[in-house]
Design a binder for this molecule. Sequence first.
Ligand code: GLC
Length: 526
Amino acid sequence: MAEARDPSADGTAPDGPPFDGVVYQVYPRSFRDTDGDGVGDLAGMRAGLDHLASLGVGAVWSSPFFRSPMADFGYDISDHRDVDPLFGALADVDGLIADAHARGLRVWLDWVANHTSDRHPWFTASRSSREDPHRDWYVWRDPAPDGGPPNNWIRHFAPEPAWTYDDATGQYYLHHFLPEQPDVNWDDPGLREAQLDVLRFWIDRGVDGFRADAIVLIGQDRTYPDDPPGTPPDGRGWFHWHPSTRGHLAAARRVLDERGAVMIGEAFLEDVDAVLAHVGDDALHLAFTFQLLLAPWDATEWARRIAEVDAAFAARGLWPAWVLSNHDKPRLATRVGSRARARAALCVLLTLRGVPTLYQGDELALEDAEVPTEREVDPGGRDGCRAPMPWTSEPGCGWPDPAWLPLPPDAAALSVAAQEADPASALHLTRRLIALRSSHEVLVRGAQRVLGAADGIPDGVLGFVRELGDARMVTLAEMAGRTATVPAFADGAWVVRIGSDGAAAGEGGTFDGTLPADTAVVLERA
Ligand code: GLC
């Protein structure tokens, strides 16, 4: 077998990732409800910390809980320095940070730097007159000669203009998302400092890091050119990323470095070089790599994407940050077609080179809820993946009836309590995977090589090896829905550390080369 590429071979690579644990995303509305209003809260997040500690994750990233009119469920912030009463109060955040730290968990918040709510005092001032000192904190442009929007940009969530006309001052303002989420202008020094102050405020309160929302959009081409004809409306706004973002990130990085905090960015870009344009010592520590979240369930495609991403990051001494689900996309089990496959994917996610992020409920292999039309609430059609997390197997699973969204399918059977009692559950699998990662340095720091036919990997199977010193581990995942045999790893020298299909079956024994349909194994060279 050829040697795996050593990312530190050129001497420029750091010897470990900027964060060496697993990240767990909490979507606060749907994590845990303690006051019985059907919406999760900060007290619920605190109550759920033991669950996270028992999983073995290293950081909890919470989606926004700041004051918000909730047009985009918190991604429209009207006060960055206060908690929305729906979720609790500032004292609850202090308590959350203290409780998390007591359990060895870092706390990362969502930094929504590209836009605010239209009810934020900054925007209220900005729209009040063309002369207001806050005018340039947002992006105002005159109408096109025909009176229409300044360019042909389309916003997210609906094929409608990314500009809204404001009668009072006779100009349009830009919003890549909802009209209730005006884009801020990072070229304005006052705005820039105010956004950096948001970081300082939370770090000084004890926060350890941030997930930077829609971060690639903060630098903008101030000439606002039209999108070329034929640009598909879906997601087209992400392609407006602009090189000036890097300079803004450098300013943010100085604030983070002064205080020892880290930042992982949402760079929702399929092009790996475009993602990399935002990562480095003078930019983001990490950027989510969405290439597998966007990939069909196909071994060849996953192998290609993993190899491409890893090579590009490793060549620059950087670390990918893999993610398979979040609060914006269909859940893993729904997307890949079954819970068995979702479990196999967990084995891949948690053994890849890079920083993995789990979305709440991934550890339960939850599917999206079916949300009847009359209960749809999200303007972006993302309700299904935001269904409440089932904690108990009682009716309601720990939530009042109705909760803000319907529960996911088989909620009682898949609840934390039910899975706790079943050693073959996804919950126990996730725990074993994270424990394996924590106890095997090779899975954190080791070099990686994607395996192919020359290594004895059959069609329909994804395989990769991690190597550090003498340690070698291999992950194999069957992705074609039929039993595969992989004799290359059945020479008696490979021990099964984890099997995705439960009950720790075969774990600890030597691998016999059989990989049942839709399963994965993690092997260690004895
Ligand atoms: C990011 C968030 C998404 C939100 C959008 C606007 O993509 O993940 O939930 O709607 O930014 O803030």
